[in-house]
Design a protein around this ligand. Structure first.
Ligand code: HEM
Length: 265
């Protein structure tokens, strides 16, 4: 009996030692992997150790195959999206974005564009540019920022290029335009619009048309905006002034105070 207990204790002791050795092995492997990853990142740090700058060629290797991590760039910012591998690994819906800056496709959805314009965005409309900013924000929140891509947006020192400065100016303008449009939408909310075979187009105002909740209904008018080909229908509050801008016109054959107008196409 005594001998059996000693034997059991001896076996338990052996299991504990084996367990500790295996655990240390696992921890060492992880430490080795993390360290080589850090070393790899440090390789890209420039001389004053302030910014990590990757070339297109370097970025292209972080594709989950040549290198086990998955990187992509948005507006020249490189992110490690390895934790999102269900979206990005080979064969997944968004693998297109991996190893490159495919910013343009984030708004065009053209996942076949491999041209040198795939990170060119200056010709896009304001809404698309602001959407792109939101994408970059999403990546910042969800993934790890790695550094800058040497190319259209940043130079080899990680300094902004003139292109990036232009993008920033354009985005500033877009934000101002957006605020103006929002203010205009409150002053001149869009009308409801419907079409049917018998009547043709019908425009009308309600206290929430255009998604703008208010305590007045308004009457439909045509608002001409410089640079836009056609006028759009907006609701005008008759209690305020209608004559504030010559860019507003009444619809033909629609009474002055009618909240609904039938539009002749
Ligand atoms: C311009 C077209 C589109 C672009 C550029 C786009 C881009 C993306 C990207 C980059 C992601 C991954 C986001 C991340 O890393 O968290 C994503 C996720 C996703 N997309 Fe799209 N997408 C597009 C259209 C669509 C459409 C049409 C659908 C639906 C029919 C869709 C459904 C989804 C879903 C379900 C997810 C996963 C969301 C999650 O699990 O967090 N996408 N999209």
């Amino acid at each position: 009996m005594y001998l059996r207990e000693i034997l059991l204790m001896y076996l338990n002791y052996k299991f504990i030692v084996a367990g500790v050795i295996i655990l240390m092995g696992i921890l060492y492997k992880k430490y080795e992997h993390d360290n080589s990853f850090v070393a790899e990142i440090n390789k890209h740090t420039n001389k004053n150790h302030s910014k990590i700058v990757l070339s297109h060629d370097e970025l292209s290797h972080y594709n989950g195959i040549d290198h086990d991590r998955l990187y992509l760039a948005v507006l020249g910012h490189v992110f490690d999206v390895t934790i999102g591998n269900k979206h990005y690994k080979k064969g997944s819906a968004y693998n297109y974005f991996i190893g490159k800056d495919g910013s343009r496709a984030l708004v065009t959805g053209d996942f076949k564009d491999e041209s040198h314009l795939k990170d060119h965005i200056l010709d896009l409309h304001c809404n698309d540019l602001l959407t792109l900013l939101n994408w970059r924000q999403t990546y910042k929140k969800k993934y790890t920022f790695v550094g800058f891509l040497n190319g259209r947006y940043y130079d080899d020192q990680g300094k902004e290029t003139n292109y990036m400065k232009e993008v920033k100016n354009r985005i500033k303008q877009c934000k101002v335009e957006k605020i103006k449009a929002e203010q205009e939408n409150i002053k001149y909310p869009p009308c409801n619009i419907a079409w049917n075979v018998d009547e043709g187009s019908k425009v009308w105002c309600t206290k929430s048309s255009g998604g703008i909740k208010r305590d007045w209904v308004g009457v439909p008018r045509q608002l001409y905006t410089p640079g836009e080909e056609k006028p759009r229908c907006v609701c005008i509050n008759l209690a305020e002034d209608e004559s504030s801008t010559s860019l507003i016109k009444m619809y033909d054959n629609c009474p002055h105070t009618s909240t609904t107008c039938i539009v002749n196409n």
